[in-house]
Design a protein around this ligand. Structure first.
Ligand code: SAH
Length: 394
């Protein structure tokens, strides 16, 4: 198959030679042929040396690299990439094991598949395309999933309505590509939860907090826990299994709170230790008093773009300042940022300012990040997005 050719300006091949998987539009000198958005193209240096094969897109990131060697992007390609991703999750003891059927199968650049995310919930794969190329490849990818996983991915739900570039003007349909069984309960580390991939946020659950929830469980015995920004209650059921005295879950979304209640009931029927509140975080935090000695703050990304970074850092500072002010002496704070544009250092600085404002003695116990099923491609450090600190507050 002949692909259109993208030629770079002189000296713009550097990042590709270091395996960074993006070509920015400003680096392009000329294009041979007339590629449509989403087409596979080949990238060449100014000296006409082959550099990469990838998906073409109109916008700042013009090419997302699929391969650094010449190759046809066909069924064999998708099958090989999905196979590699699945094998890694088995190595990680997340797939094909007792007690866990929730994991990220494909994490974009981290799995050498830029623009593609696939999360597994029991036998359902929820697939999200973030690029036009992946949107067009969705049926081929679904087919590869079936080939590699067989019955383990018997339902494949495609959900890209909110993740595809708006201007691409695609029919961004959500729906099943295979199966359609309404299997709604998945298991994470032995805890069960309902997941609503059709109407829920992201792919339906925040798979990236699995290990951090596990760590929280260890700190839970005897503590009064506030799970702020709880979504469907992930941290709450770990806290309960860990032996917390009480657990209060808060989220501004009434739908998330309804699902949190259902999830707690599923794991701990009739347990009076849990209560859930559909309320705004800042309002709740200001009015809550000093009853908690274990607080989780896992807000949505405050900054989705670089130009709102300052406001985001202010937001993290303010949020954490209230927690430092209110948490009981000897309290433990789990605080997170999932904004990709906020670096680990910037986040730490925001939390540091909040601590200083409260005047309390604060020590860092753990520095947290995303789990191994959200791998960071070493050539694409931008893939590291989740940051967390566990703090001991005297
Ligand atoms: N900790 C969760 C994921 C949190 S996602 C988990 O482990 O699954 C962020 C959540 O913050 C979303 O559920 C969103 O509804 C909620 N949220 C956004 N703005 C909020 C606000 N102002 N007050 C309370 N919750 C808010």
């Amino acid at each position: 198959m002949e692909y259109c050719k993208v030629f770079l300006k002189p000296k713009k091949e550097e990042s590709l030679l270091r395996f960074h998987p993006w070509v920015f539009s400003g680096a392009i000198q000329a294009i041979e042929g007339d590629p449509a958005e989403g087409d596979v193209v080949e990238v060449y240096g100014a000296d006409h040396r082959f550099l990469a094969t990838g998906h073409y897109q109109i916008g700042n990131i013009a090419v997302r690299v699929l391969s650094f060697t010449p190759r046809v992007i066909d069924e064999a390609f998708w099958t090989e990439r999905v196979q590699t991703a699945y094998a890694l999750r088995k190595t990680l003891r997340l797939a094909g094991v007792e007690g866990n059927d929730t994991f990220r199968l494909v994490h974009g650049e981290g799995d050498n598949l830029p623009g593609l995310v696939i999360d597994m919930y029991a036998h359902t794969a929820v697939m999200q395309a973030h690029s036009v190329g992946m949107h067009y490849a969705r049926h081929a990818i679904a087919h590869a999933l079936r080939t590699v996983m067989g019955d383990a991915s018997r339902n494949i739900y495609y959900k890209s309505e909110t993740t595809l570039p708006f201007k691409a003007n695609l029919e961004d349909e959500n729906g099943y590509l295979y199966g359609g069984e309404n299997e709604e309960i998945a298991t994470e580390n032995g805890l069960r939860f309902y997941v609503d991939w059709q109407k829920g946020q992201k792919t339906g659950f925040f798979v990236d907090q699995r290990e951090n929830r596990g760590l929280l469980e260890r700190y839970a015995p005897g503590r009064s826990v506030l799970n702020m920004f709880c979504y469907t209650g992930g941290f709450s059921f770990y806290a309960m299994r860990g032996g917390a005295k009480l657990v209060h879950s808060v989220d501004s979304s009434a739908k998330a709170i309804a699902l949190t209640r259902k999830n707690v009931e599923l794991n701990f029927p009739g347990d009076p230790r849990h209560e859930a509140y559909a309320e705004d975080a800042f309002k709740f935090l200001r009015e809550m008093g000093d009853k908690y000695d274990l607080i989780i703050l896992d807000p949505p990304a405050f900054a989705k773009h670089k130009n709102v970074l300052r406001n985001a850092l202010q937001g993290y500072r303010k949020l954490n300042a209230i927690a430092f002010e209110k948490i009981r002496p000897g309290g433990i704070l789990f605080t997170f940022s999932c904004s990709q544009v906020v670096s680990k250092e910037q986040f730490r600085l925001a939390v540091f300012s909040a601590a200083a404002q409260s005047g309390r003695s604060v020590r860092i116990l753990h520095q947290l990040t995303q789990p191994a099923d959200h791998p960071v491609n070493i050539y694409h450090p931008e893939g590291e997005y989740l940051k967390g600190l566990v703090l001991y507050v005297e």
